[in-house]
Design a binder for this molecule. Structure first.
Ligand code: ADP
Ligand code: MG
Length: 285
């Protein structure tokens, strides 16, 4: 394509709410055959709320106290839910964030752990297992609260799928692209969300540091990979992908690591960007 055509393409992108880092990006956009979509904040709104608490009644107060020191969307949901239901939260000391797994800290003399079962690393009693499974079957995220080495409660947080995500996935398929859902969340919840938007290929329970390796592995298989994400934990994968697309509603780190920014955070812009690149480079299929 001529420099003029590329400039026109870039300008047209801006009108569609797609910010393109440089004209050369259109060429990699055109070659993409696989689109890896982060779940939370990309396919879903990423605004979570607390739905239920099963177990010890102190769990919400303790979990809220620890999560108050975290910036994760799950933490925001737990803190808001805890303040609403129990009021003021106690102090936390010795707070630690375990990336992609959860948080821990000391509250009122108890060693409190909040997060994935893998972090908590204690057996769950039957009623908590049942609460967790029921939540995950419906695409929600279950968080375990433990203290002093005993699992005490399961908190359930829910996010909603963006109203445009299903249509966006159908558009990608229409363009001949293979969609993949990638998340640190548990496999059952991930599959439920994937089913809601029409994705069959799900890679779940991936630690933030390993999202990059998932992209590399697909590239090693010969795929030309676009990665769409919003979070700090997506940045390395966005940079590794042949094409990185950040949600404009996401973190600055994700935007900086990407080639394209979808200003409105609407996934349909992924298909728009690919159509635009094919048209600009004269290869409409
Ligand atoms: P995603 O890939 O969907 O953006 P993350 O990698 O940030 O998710 O987190 C993966 C999982 O780790 C969450 O689904 C949750 O179970 C657990 N987790 C992470 N941070 C927290 C936290 N602050 N509180 C509770 N659980 C957490
Ligand atoms: Mg995310």
């Amino acid at each position: 394509a001529t420099p003029t055509a590329l400039l026109v393409g870039t300008g047209r992108g801006a009108q569609l709410g797609i910010l393109i880092k440089g004209p050369e990006v259109l060429e990699s956009t055109r070659r993409v055959d696989t689109v890896v979509l982060d779940k939370t904040g990309t396919v879903t709104e990423g605004r979570m709320s607390l739905v239920s608490v099963t177990g010890d009644e102190d769990a919400l107060r303790f979990a809220g106290a620890v999560e108050a020191a975290s910036e994760h969307p799950i933490a925001a949901a737990v803190v808001a839910g805890a303040r609403e239901r129990v009021g003021d939260l106690p102090e936390v000391t010795g707070f630690a964030n375990v990336e992609g797994l959860g948080v821990r800290g000391t509250v009122e003399g108890h060693e409190v752990v909040v997060g994935r079962a893998a972090l908590v690393d204690v057996d769950l009693p039957g009623p908590l297992v049942a609460a967790r499974e029921a939540a995950e079957e419906s695409g929600r995220t279950a968080i375990v609260v433990a203290w002093d080495g005993v699992a005490r409660a399961v908190l359930v947080v829910a996010d909603t799928v963006k109203p445009t995500s299903r249509e966006a996935v159908a558009q990608l398929r229409g363009l001949g692209l293979h969609p993949v859902l990638l998340t640190g969340d548990n496999a059952r919840a991930a599959r439920a969300v994937a089913a809601q938007v029409g994705i069959d290929d799900v890679i779940a329970e991936v630690l933030p540091a390993d999202k990059l390796d998932v992209v590399k592995r697909l590239q090693d298989e010969g795929k030309v990979v676009a990665m769409v994400g919003d979070g700090v934990n997506d940045a390395a994968a966005l940079a590794q992908a042949d094409l990185g697309l950040a949600m404009g509603t996401g973190t600055d780190v994700a935007i900086e690591a990407s080639d394209l920014t979808l200003v409105r955070g609407d996934l349909r812009a992924v298909g728009d960007a690919i159509r635009l690149s094919r048209r600009t480079l004269g290869t409409i299929k």
